[in-house]
Design a protein around this ligand. Structure first.
Ligand code: HEM
Ligand SMILES: [Cu+2]
Length: 653
């Protein structure tokens, strides 16, 4: 009846696991209590849970990302303290638990922090930047979000019921095979990724069609804002590469449930095939994450230097070259696994070539700032910090691309330092810059600047202290994923790394304080113009926060940064007439399918097959019900649009 599920699944075996579960359950209870206290359930249901508005979906993605950032960071600081404590004594984590923590940390940070943060920013901004009233498929957009949330829910519930994977965020067999990992941990990993991966793939389709079909009249591809370009390229990579991940996890699941031997070294299987398929997704994934961040840096450098972006066309070509090469280098993740020297050399060189377009971008951002009127707002701090740190990360990446060097460095903390060095400045700093930059657009007031700078310094200095020592420790021979460290000579650097993590903790708490302070002082921080930074792209032509239909009158754009050009010439933007607007209606179905997908995933993890099949039928039924709905739109008349716009004073369009 309950498959593998029994009372043993509760984390009563260890006080540390029990406290993790308690914090999770308490957190959920507090959230429920607060919502009940403020009688917010109805509001939440009508405005968010059932919405198909890309702006609200974007905000939900970012809220999810920030919650998961807290959780992922908590794991990180547990690992850091365990390693410091284990040099002097035994530490407080058992090996098995430490393995769950690094696996959860990596999985959460990549799939449920960085990806939702990216999807959230894209969802919010993309339609606004191309002058559209929504994404191409608003309902599918909501569905994508709820599938992502279902995956995140599975990771969170693994903390309370059962255990998480011990096979790392990459889930390599044989560690993830049924013989080494007979418990449910790997299944949680598989199903959370599998379900959220469908959501991500559907988002990519949505973004691509929106960019191709929903641009404002006159806007040619080479007039698109650079962020939109990077979203197009990242979405193409998602569409081509996420299926590889879906296949890898599905085949691994078949191995585990039906003993199919896709990835075993007997009965005709081959372990290496997993690494191959996984990294066909895994390496491009890095560029999926980093390209939109590059797009944000481009927007931020131009706006805060009051200049147009240096070398727009080259930025577009560089993005396209990176897109193609991102898919040609995956094998550098297993240089040491027995390919020939010839194959390794080809992939090593292909890897290094990506440095060229990336370097070009760095120079273009610097040339954009050069001789500009640079406003040193915290938003551009993220760009400056990124440039300094990313160049170091790039250099150590080239070291890994030199195959004989990689033989010595791989699986040491040198590698851990390298990839955090790319992904924290390159990805997270970019998204945090975007969060700062577009926050007033979304909520109508700016974030507190004093805390903005403190948060930056916390992340920047914290990053340096937390990860530079790992380069040295790696060269000294410390392997990655080590729970207990006996060599006392590692102690000083481990302590520095721990202090770094504490600085980041300060920055993360600072982010919460910043939100609190900014909401409290929102009247002082209010943006009544819709254009607080003297922006250059279409999102700044409409009120903050934007009305549900985004653009009351359809804008016309026939050059790059058309809005900035119009402002420079003292003209106003060309706009179409007021017209009746069709908007998609809210629907609970996407949310319901998300909840059922979570149940289906949970049932599959515990092998409660009847529940699994009931869930599949329920998803199908919900989809059919939805397809019978012929009235999924409502109309706002031209008159009403005009009235709404006249209530926003001081905004021209
Ligand atoms: C400042 C915050 C962070 C700290 C202190 C931190 C710390 C750590 C530590 C201690 C490990 C284990 C290293 C080892 O194998 O010995 C690790 C692994 C990892 N981290 Fe982070 N991390 C942070 C942020 C991030 C972010 C933002 C991401 C991604 C967006 C990320 C992705 C990963 C991944 C993918 C792994 C590999 C996990 C595995 O080995 O399976 N981390 N991190
Ligand atoms: Cu790679």
């Amino acid at each position: 009846m309950f498959g593998r599920l029994s009372m043993d699944a509760l984390p009563l075996y260890s006080p540390v696991a029990l406290s993790g579960a308690a914090v999770t359950v308490l957190g959920a209870l507090v959230a429920v209590a607060v919502l009940t206290y403020f009688k917010a359930w109805g509001w939440l249901w009508r405005n968010y849970l059932t919405t198909v508005d890309h702006k609200k979906i974007g905000i939900m993605y970012i809220v999810l990302a920030l919650i998961m950032l807290l959780r992922g960071f908590f794991d990180a600081i547990m690992m850091r303290s365990q390693q410091v404590m284990s040099v002097a004594g035994e530490g407080y984590l058992e090996g098995d638990h430490f393995q769950q923590i690094f696996s959860a940390h990596g999985t959460i940070m990549i799939f449920f922090m960085a990806m939702p943060f990216m999807s959230g920013l894209i969802n919010y901004l993309l339609p606004l930047q191309v002058g559209a009233r929504d994404v191409a498929y608003p309902y599918m957009n909501a569905l994508s979000f709820w599938l992502t949330a279902a995956g995140a829910g599975l990771v969170l519930i693994s903390l309370v019921v059962g255990k998480f994977s011990t096979a790392g965020w990459t889930g390599y067999p044989p560690y993830s095979g049924i013989l080494r990992s007979p418990g449910v941990g790997v299944d949680y990993w598989i199903w959370s990724i599998f379900i959220s991966g469908w959501g991500t793939t559907m988002s990519a389709i949505n973004f691509i069609v929106t960019i191709i079909r929903r641009r404002a009249p006159g806007m040619k591809l080479m007039h698109m804002p650079i962020f939109t370009w990077t979203v197009l390229c990242a979405s193409i990579i998602i569409l081509l590469c996420f299926p590889a991940l879906t296949v890898a996890t599905a085949l691994l699941g078949l191995d585990r449930i039906f003993e199919m031997h896709n990835f075993t070294n007997e009965a005709g299987g081959n372990i290496m095939n997993f690494a191959n398929i996984f990294w066909m997704w895994g390496h491009p994934e890095v560029y999926i994450l980093v390209l939109p961040a590059f797009g944000i840096f481009s927007e931020v450098s131009a706006t805060f230097s009051s200049k147009k972006l240096y070398g727009y066309k080259h930025m577009v070509s560089a993005t396209a070259v990176i897109t193609i090469f991102s898919m040609l280098v995956w094998l550098h993740h297993f240089f040491t696994m027995g390919s020939s020297a010839y194959v390794n050399a080809v992939f090593g060189i292909a890897t290094m070539i990506i440095g060229i377009p990336t370097g070009l971008k760095i120079f273009n951002w610097m040339f954009t700032m050069y001789r500009g009127k640079v406003r040193f707002h915290s938003t551009i701090y993220w760009l400056l910090g990124f440039i300094v740190l990313f160049v170091i990360g790039g250099a150590t990446g080239v070291m890994h691309a030199i195959v004989p060097v990689d033989y010595n460095l791989h699986n040491t903390t040198f590698l851990v330092a390298h990839f955090h060095n790319m992904i924290i400045p390159g990805v997270l700093f970019g998204y945090l810059a975007g969060y700062n930059y577009w926050f007033p657009k979304a909520f109508g007031f700016q974030l507190d600047e004093k805390w903005g700078k403190r948060i930056f310094w916390g992340w920047f200095l914290g990053f340096i202290c937390a990860f530079m020592p790992l380069y040295a420790l790696g060269l000294m021979g410390l392997p990655r994923r080590t729970a207990e460290i006996y060599d006392p000579s590692f102690m000083p650097l481990l302590v520095v790394a721990f202090i770094g993590a504490c600085l980041v903790l300060f920055a993360i708490i600072g982010m919460l304080i910043q939100l609190y302070v900014s909401i409290k002082n929102r009247d002082k921080l209010r943006d009544t113009t819709g254009d607080p930074w003297d922006g250059r792209t279409l999102e700044w032509t409409i009120p903050s926060p934007p009305p549900e239909f985004n653009f009351a009158r359809v804008p016309y754009i026939d050059e790059i940064d058309g809005y900035a050009e119009a402002k420079r010439k003292g003209e106003s933007l060309k706009l179409g007439p007021y017209e009746d607007i069709e908007m998609p209606k809210s629907t609970p179905i996407a949310f319901i399918i998300g909840v059922i997908s979570f149940v289906a995933g949970f049932a599959a993890v515990w092998q409660i097959w009847w529940l699994f099949f009931v869930s599949l039928v329920a998803i199908l039924a919900a989809t059919i019900v939805r397809s019978y709905n012929d009235h999924d739109e409502y109309e706002i008349t031209a008159e009403e649009v005009k009235e709404i716009m006249e209530s926003h004073q001081g905004v021209s369009s």
